[in-house]
Design a protein around this ligand. Structure first.
Ligand SMILES: [Zn+2]
Length: 249
């Protein structure tokens, strides 16, 4: 027996006459029944029988980011971390003719002294200026200072504001090359992890703080605040929902 599927487009839709039917609504799929002694509408997460299973996927087609550009970005993060163990952010842009570039927004970075006495980064506040025509925002790259490269709860929330590539650079104080990386592509409130974040770059060798334009550091304002256990929770003591891997090139 084929069970019909209806769309719920208004609250005044006429009730279908089928004894059993699926209703696709703004809250997902439901199975509705008209039995002799009751009518019901119940979530049907599995979907109508007979349809093929499906799961979220994303195919990564971002062109590789030029190594020299990323060398400058990691150099910038290195300078910020060396100054005060803080984090920083750059926006990743794409120009239809010139390809990738980064834009450093005016930003206020806030860190604080942890119980061990170590200064750790807590948050970045920034606003993205208007981009020139032909240029679009395709992601961001931020650092975690001396903390590891991972996706914090704050990062997960921030990704909702900007669909695209999100790269985290961590453990900058260890001076490892390449640095520790974590990357996702976020879309529609879903984040796909990149299995090998280094594959996003072409020809990265090492951080080059000497190549950082001086005005990048001028756009960072540093502040510090006392740390409460609550704010530290943003660094991943809470469990994040499951994430899928992107299909890499
Ligand atoms: Zn982060």
């Amino acid at each position: 027996m084929t069970i019909p599927v209806y769309l719920k487009q208004s609250d005044q839709d006429p009730e279908p006459r089928d004894a059993v039917y699926y209703l696709l609504t703004g809250d997902g799929l439901f199975i509705n029944r008209q039995a002799p002694f009751f009518s019901s509408s119940v979530p049907a997460p599995g979907g109508p029988p007979g349809l093929r299973r499906h799961q979220a996927w994303l195919e990564n087609r971002f062109p590789p980011i030029p190594g020299p550009l990323f060398e400058r970005v990691v150099g910038f993060f290195d300078l910020v971390c060396r100054r005060s163990s803080d984090e920083a952010i750059v926006m990743l842009t794409w120009h239809e003719k010139r390809g990738y570039d980064v834009m450093v927004p005016e930003q206020r970075v806030t860190g604080g002294k942890w119980i061990t006495g170590q200064h750790i980064p807590l948050r970045i506040d920034y606003t993205v200026p208007k981009l020139p025509s032909g240029m679009q925002l395709v992601g961001d790259i931020h650092s975690h200072g001396p903390m590891g490269a991972f996706e914090s709860i704050t990062d997960r929330q921030d990704q909702r504001q900007l669909p695209g590539l999100h790269i985290v650079v961590g453990n900058l104080d260890l001076r490892r090359e390449p640095p520790d990386l974590f990357a996702t592509i976020a879309v529609d409130d879903f984040a796909f992890e990149i299995r090998n974040p280094l594959s996003l770059f072409e020809g990265y060798v090492c951080r080059r703080p000497e190549d950082v334009p001086p005005d990048w550091m001028d756009r960072v304002r540093f502040t510090s605040t006392p740390i409460y256990a609550q704010s530290y929770g943003a660094y991943g003591t809470e469990r994040l929902p499951a994430r899928r891997f992107a299909n890499d090139r």
